[in-house]
Design a protein around this ligand. Structure first.
Ligand code: PHE
Ligand code: ZN
Length: 886
């Protein structure tokens, strides 16, 4: 037996380039895995049926298998043990220099799941075995061609102690099980669909199922199972209902049916991401699957529904048709996010869904575009692929697919999608393959459109309108420009669809006539040059343009509206999204005036136009309470910061805080009236009307409480104590805990912790509420919470709840001038670099966003980064820090 464990020093991290893609030298037809599960010494035996790939240019290329942190015990070719001279083992590879053209390779390795804190490969979470293989985790389980374009059929035998691990799951269908000596048992699973190894999954533990079934439209019965820890069995109904809805929806909307006899979801507490679409065996972060109204908010319910749907939709967009290489990640992610957004829009209010996605995109994704880690939807190089599971790949990727669907129209898009799934079923393909299907079915030339995938940065569109009273024409001039991003200085003009209409000054949509052609009252202009003009005819008076309706392209569009114009559009724009956006722009402009006043040392005075506009919104019986709640969100500090080349953290915070308080004080009676109007003593229900009522009521409460009125605090305390659901309880707690006077808040926090100490997901919110407290004591509280017994650096949800929430949602405290916020984050990153590089590399990102800050803060941030750089860095952090400090 060969005990080779490499002691070679790791190489400097290597950059992988898209342009270097080569097909694999070998194909794997069949994989037989055998696991003997032991927490600190699991044995993995693998049989690979290998064959030279005729598509590879070099017919004599060696076989190079990936492998990391594996203890190699034996290697056999066609049943014959190999001599040590017949293969090489290094830190990351097992190489057979001269293998036969077709053969069976058997390897046996030992791995240590109990010490796997990176949560990639096979690891233990709350005592249960689970796996995470995307993107390159499978190589931590066994030697393999760990790349998405190698598709194989998997058979998995799992053996374990029966008492500790009564449930043993893997992909596909169970085909055999039995008892063994010494209290052991085994199960064999067979997955009939060839798949890349990133979709492999295994679970072993003391888990309990909630079971149901689903009959597909062609009449096949599918068993549905959600596996959780016993105490969470009551939290599975919502995920199950969501799954069935998603299955039906994909049949109705995309004609896609499920293809195995069983679909399983497993909830685990320690997970780096939200969830994973492993074939037939999804593994979920428990935060994205468990939901009970007593302990989870409406927002959590929504998240569960959309993540369950997202992972389910991957069964076609990702699993049946997968990615050729990891540069194509958005092929599955952008398309699947688009599909889950369509699904959510069909379940709820389409306008509000759109608003929330856009709000995320144009703060966080736009900020990514403007940062040192900016990259195209399809990156062209990476050091660590884990760093590319980003808002750009996911959210902007979805926007690109959305634009495509708008350009070709839904029916044609659906035809293109059918063609794509049919033509590439069982294959690993590229972004071009997808776009070409759309070009083929639509007859459109989409060459220019493809630039959206390769060009990084947020395009800026400057729009100008000129009304000619004599000619009765309105000319709209659009100019596009994409600012340079790292490594991409010169940008090309994109094809930008601008959905728009014209509104008369009396509030009516106007017919659009361009060059003698009639377009109804709404059209999509195709901006495809650096500058273009469009002239609208037969307009009796000067119209107001309503541009980029529904956010038809992921761009920054500017138009010189007056505040009165914006208030008018807020009332009259026929497009729900644009009404909201007009309100946002009005608030933004008003806030920017306050920011300037603050910077010039003047007294702050809120423009009464904003107060009066809001007053009108709050009066009477709201038509759409959910939408009203959106209209009452002031632009976030992050979004305000997006507008500036040079960001004044303090002025932004002071101005926004002042505006909130002023609105709350001026409109106190209105907020109070609506609060009572939407407070009911009916028991909780998931129904849309109730959900909207909760959201509006809690929005009103948050304004009432910022006035510090004793009555408002009392209302919050009362709601906190009487709530029968987490949405109301948490909203009230947040109001109390964020009030300047910390007495009632601290009392409520203590009571809450007593009530929920045993529920880790609720404790995550308890942590987050405290670290987002907007007052100067926030940082000290974060420090104290890091020492709290319920906190653990080993649990990604806790790290996100405390450190992620502080750095991401408590901007002005994170950016304290003394740099204490930066130091705190740097310390955590240094610790996590040793245990969980993927989480470390995400957590560090706020420290890389210093480009638009003042020199003093810039200096403090770079100091923090340089301190991290002194460490022995994982490739993940190495890549991010090196990009930030160039
Ligand atoms: N592929 C998963 C999803 O988007 C995300 C994921 C990536 C999970 C990498 C774990 C690791 O649905
Ligand atoms: Zn996904």
């Amino acid at each position: 037996m060969n005990q080779a464990v490499s002691t070679q020093a790791p190489l400097a991290p290597q950059t992988v380039h898209l342009k270097d893609y080569q097909p694999p030298a070998f194909l794997i037809n069949q994989v037989e895995l055998n696991f003997k599960l032991e927490p600190s010494a699991t044995l993995v035996t693998s049989l690979l049926h290998l064959q030279r790939n005729p598509a590879h240019p070099d017919g004599r290329a060696p076989l190079v298998l990936d492998g990391q942190q594996l203890k190699l015990l034996s290697v056999e070719v066609d049943g014959q043990p190999l001599a040590a001279s017949d293969y090489q083992v290094t830190e990351n590879h097992l190489t057979l220099p001269q293998p036969p053209a077709e053969f069976v390779l058997q390897t046996q390795v030992e791995i240590d799941p109990a010490n796997n804190t990176a949560l990639e490969g096979l690891y233990l979470s709350s005592g249960n075995f689970c796996t995470q293989c995307e993107a390159e985790g499978f190589r931590r389980i066994t030697y393999y061609l760990d790349r998405p374009d190698v598709l194989a059929r998997f058979t998995t035998r799992i053996e374990a102690d029966k008492e500790a691990f009564p449930v043993l799951l893997s992909n596909g269908n169970p085909t055999e099980k039995g008892e063994l000596d010494k209290g052991k048992h085994y199960v064999i699973w067979e997955d009939p669909f060839p798949k890349p190894c990133y979709l492999f999954a295994l679970v072993g533990g003391d888990l309990h199922p909630v079971k149901d079934s689903y009959t597909t439209s062609s009449g096949r019965k599918v068993a549905l199972e959600i596996w959780v820890e016993k105490e969470n069995l009551h939290k599975c109904d919502h995920a199950l209902e969501s799954l069935k809805k998603a299955m039906r929806w994909d049949e109705d909307t995309y004609g896609r049916e499920y293809d195995l006899d069983i679909y399983m979801i497993v909830a685990v507490n320690d997970f780096n991401m939200g969830a994973m679409e492993n074939k037939g065996l999804n593994i979920f972060n428990s935060a994205c699957v468990l939901a009970d109204p007593k302990s989870e908010t409406d927002m959590a319910f929504h998240r569960v529904e959309s993540v369950v749907a997202h992972e389910y939709f991957h069964n076609w967009s990702g699993n049946r048709v997968t990615c050729r290489d990891w540069f194509q990640l958005s092929l599955k992610e952008g398309f699947t996010v688009f599909r889950d957004q369509q699904f959510s829009a069909d379940q709820h209010s389409p306008a509000v869904e759109r608003i929330q996605h856009v709000a995320l995109l144009r703060t966080a994704q736009f900020a990514e575009d403007a940062s040192p880690t900016a990259h195209p939807v399809r990156p062209d190089s990476y050091i660590e692929i884990n760093n590319f599971y980003t808002l750009t790949v996911y959210e902007k990727g979805s926007e690109v697919v959305r634009m495509l669907s708008e350009l070709v129209g839904w029916d044609t898009f659906r035809k293109g999608s059918d063609l794509y799934f049919e033509r590439f079923d069982g294959q690993a393909v590229t972004v071009e393959d997808f776009v070409n299907c759309m070009a083929e079915v639509s007859g459109l030339n989409l060459d220019q459109f493809l630039i959206w995938y390769s060009q990084a940065g947020t395009p800026q569109v400057k729009a100008e309108g000129r009304y000619d009273a004599e000619q009765k024409t309105f000319t709209l001039t659009l100019k596009q420009e994409t600012p340079p991003t790292p490594g991409q200085k010169d940008k090309q003009p994109l094809l930008i669809p601008i959905k728009m209409g014209l509104v008369s000054r009396t509030g009516h949509p106007l017919p659009l006539e361009i060059d003698g052609e009639f377009h109804g009252t709404e059209t999509v202009l195709q901006l495809n040059k650096a500058e273009q003009s469009f002239t609208f005819h037969h307009l009796e008076s000067e119209p107001l343009p309503s541009l980029l309706r529904g956010f038809s392209a992921p761009v920054k569009l500017s138009y010189a509206y007056s505040k009165e114009d914006l208030a008018f559009l807020l009332q009259h724009d026929p497009d729900g999204f644009n009404r909201w956006d007009a309100g946002q722009q009005l608030a933004l402009t008003t806030l920017q005036e306050l920011i300037s006043a603050q910077q010039q040392g003047q007294d702050l005075e809120l423009d009464p136009l904003l107060i009066n506009t809001w007053k009108q919104l709050l009066e009477g019986q709201p038509e759409d309470p959910l939408m009203l709640a959106e209209l009452l969100q002031l632009p976030s500090e992050a979004y305000i910061a997006e507008q500036y080349e040079c960001v004044d953290i303090d002025a932004i915070h002071i101005a926004r805080d002042y505006a909130r308080k002023t609105l709350a004080t001026a409109l106190y009676p209105e907020f109070l009236r609506l609060y009572h109007l939407y407070t009911s003593d009916q028991p909780w229900s998931a129904e849309a009307q109730q959900l909207a009522a909760r959201r509006l009521k809690n929005t009103c409460l948050s304004f009432l409480v910022v006035t510090d009125a004793a009555e408002a605090l009392q209302l919050a305390e009362q709601q906190f104590q009487q709530a029968d659901n987490m949405t109301d309880q948490q909203a009230a707690l947040t109001c109390l805990a964020h009030a300047e006077n910390n007495q009632p808040g601290d009392a409520a926090l203590q009571a809450f912790a007593r009530q929920w100490a045993r529920d880790p997901l609720v404790m995550d919110t308890w942590f987050s509420i405290q670290v987002t407290r907007p007052h100067p004591d926030a940082l000290d509280r974060v420090k104290a919470l890091l020492e709290h017994p319920a906190f653990s650096m080993k649990n990604p949800n806790k790290v996100r709840a405390v450190l992620g929430a502080f750095a991401g949602q408590n901007r002005h405290n994170f950016h304290r001038r003394d740099g204490a916020g930066y130091q705190l984050l740097a310390n955590a990153v240094i610790e996590l670099n040793k245990t969980n590089p993927q989480i470390a590399s995400r957590l560090v990102l706020p420290l890389t966003r210093f480009q638009k800050l003042d020199d003093f803060r810039k200096g403090k941030m770079k100091e923090a980064l340089e301190r991290i750089q002194q460490e022995k860095l994982s490739p993940d952090l190495y890549e991010v820090i090196q990009k930030a400090l160039v």
